[in-house]
Design a binder for this molecule. Structure first.
Ligand code: CP3
Length: 355
């Protein structure tokens, strides 16, 4: 029997229920800006070794919580474990980011792509989820996650990161049926993957659509949103008698918030280009909003950080439905003491908005 949850402020905010203060967590909160993360990573070997060891993954997930009073933990893993499980051969070239040994470059490879045996190929992720839940002992909820079908496809087709997505976009315009096949396989895989994370103990889910914002109007709906909708429709939404909220985050998706809310998700992640007050007016009675502090503002002084936190809290305004976060992942060059200033400011300055 799992320990009862001592701090459910994050889960309640996602359900737009009243909370005593605005909860906060940070995308990539366990990572290279923390010296203790770099030490564990050196012990583990490669980044993938870190993800694949349940003890190391548990250790680094908890590191930011030991330093800062964050209101949620996020599974330490990576979105690209899913295409790795499909046989594409993920590796991280030092200083170059993720790469695949066998990217999807020809029709035969694309047609051969199928939903993997998630339990067998990604069991190490579910073991990490169970182990982290045990180590958290009810302190805060644990977020599980996945990449969106489209964002995964970007890496699978390009073979790594890209500034232009020229291969993906060429396929989208020339051979849309091939891209649709990849996206359908990805969506079905992501449903199984996220549901297994819930079975293992994940208490909220987030879908990272990092590259959906690179799509043209109309194409976003056809090639990214539609498949996220398929995922949301297939998810288990309750575990242990409690709702498992789902957060959808399309970076650069500020123009499409209403349509994202229509998927039936519980919350939207917002990057820093979106005005919180305007976003709340557009969708705030239907979904919670998570974001949207500019991660680069964390390089400024603690006083400037505090002022910016105050500005965002005022912009969202009174009442529940806001989860404080960054607009994208934290930079590896962030001074940890600035993160302490951010978290403290959110907790203190948000009190008047929740009386
Ligand atoms: O948020 C968390 O703390 C949980 C862990 C997490 C990681 N990656 C750890 C990681 C999560 C949620 C991700 C998601 C992820 N991974 C995304 C979507 C979100 C986003 O940031 O846009 C994407 C696009 C990836 C793919 C990926 N993984 C890239 C592009 C890179 C290299 C980036 C870089 O900063 O070098 C990674 C590696 C990675 N994933 C690291 C971490 C902590 C750095 C690895 C290291 O220790 O060297």
């Amino acid at each position: 029997m799992a320990s009862p949850l001592q701090n459910d402020v994050f889960l309640r905010a996602l359900m737009c229920e009243p909370v005593p203060y605005t909860p906060v967590w940070l995308m990539r909160q366990a990572g290279r800006y923390l010296p203790e993360y770099r030490a564990t990573r050196a012990k583990a070997g490669s980044f993938l070794d870190l993800c694949k060891s349940q003890d190391y993954a548990t250790e680094v997930t908890l590191q930011p919580l030991e330093r800062f009073p964050l209101d949620a933990a996020i599974l330490f893993s990576d979105i690209l474990t899913v295409p790795d499980a499909m046989g594409l051969g993920l590796y991280f070239a030092e200083g170059e980011g993720p790469k695949f040994e066998r990217p999807l470059r020809d029709e035969a490879a694309i047609k051969a792509l199928t939903v993997p045996d998630v339990g067998a190929e990604l069991g190490y992720v579910f073991n990490a989820v169970s182990s982290i839940r045990k180590a958290l002992d009810g302190r805060v909820p644990l977020i599980g996650f996945s990449g969106s079908p489209f964002t995964l496809a970007c890496y699978m087709i390009e073979g790594g990161g890209s500034d232009t997505f020229s291969r993906v976009k060429t396929m989208l315009y020339d051979r849309p049926e091939l891209l649709h096949h990849i996206l359908d396989v990805n969506a079905r895989t992501v449903v199984e993957y996220l549901n297994a994370q819930v079975d293992a103990g994940a208490q909220a889910l987030m879908i990272f659509d990092t590259w959906g914002g690179a799509l043209a109007a109309g194409k976003y709906q056809e090639f990214s949103l539609r498949y996220m909708q398929q995922v949301v429709s297939g998810l288990k939404r309750e575990a242990d008698g409690r709702k498992v909220p789902v957060i959808l985050f399309t970076k650069g998706g500020g123009l499409w918030l209403e349509q994202m809310a229509d998927t039936g998700c519980d919350a939207l992640g917002l990057d820093w280009t979106v005005d919180l007050a305007a976003a709340r007016r557009r969708v705030g009675d239907r979904v919670a909003l998570q974001g949207n502090f500019d991660p680069n503002a964390l390089m400024a002084s603690p006083d400037a950080i505090k002022a910016e936190v105050g500005r965002l809290l005022a912009s969202y305004g009174h009442g529940a439905g806001h989860v404080f976060n960054l607009g994208h992942g934290i930079s590896q060059f962030t001074p940890p003491e600035n993160v302490a200033a951010l978290v403290e400011s959110v907790h203190k300055l948000s009190l008047p908005y929740h009386d």
